[in-house]
Design a protein around this ligand. Sequence first.
Ligand code: HEC
Length: 220
Amino acid sequence: MIKLVSQLITLFIYIVLLCGFTSYKSTSVLPKKLEEGKGKKIYLEYGCVNCHGTKGKGDGEMASFLDPKPRNFTSLVEMKNLPDSLMMYSIKHGVVGSSMPEHSELNENEINDLVIYLRHFLADYYHMVNMCVTDRHTVDLTKNFENFKIEIDNKKKLSAEIKNNSLIIQATSPIHLINEMSKTKSRTTRNRIKIVNGTGSKAEKILVTVRIHDCIRGQM
Ligand code: HEC
């Protein structure tokens, strides 16, 4: 009987530990470069370029006649709230109240290719990091970054620096962030880091989305 009780207690402790704390990897490797793929051909063939422009800036030949104007696919701010699913929906069905036409003739693969191509305007590399608010995360960039610029969505929340081929990310002030998350009753907060490596046509753009978790479950 005593044995059973002690086993139950051990089990209980395990469950509390499992539910109580979540941890995330503290290192990751930047994934491969996003290829333009087949999307470019479709983008040109179907005339997307006429409105959205060759660089996706929303400045195609027809853009000046349009109201609302096409979104700037190269802008971090404008692309923030545009998930793949919405892009796919808009391409397939068009956008009511705008000149964005429907493309019911395109199949799912073609629409996928288009979305990859559109994403390509904003960044060549995409990476997602999940980390706990009190941790530090290191992304292995796999190559040397010499002439780079780092842009952070919200510097009050997140700090980032590049050292020895690695991007090191941490919360600027964990306590501040924990307070903020508890006020808004959210357990995660999302932030983005954009890095431009090099200049001119050879510049490479890297977008890292960082989800910071409070990592203490069942508190709120
Ligand atoms: C006649 C001009 C025109 C053409 C052609 C066109 N678009 Fe658009 N597109 C627009 C406009 C304007 C919007 C903005 C709609 C809005 O404000 O919500 C838009 C919105 C979008 C969106 C949704 C993003 C958003 O802003 O909400 C995507 C994705 C998109 N277009 C992709 C494409 C693709 C891919 C093609 C070609 C297959 C294409 N568009 C062809 C004008 C055009």
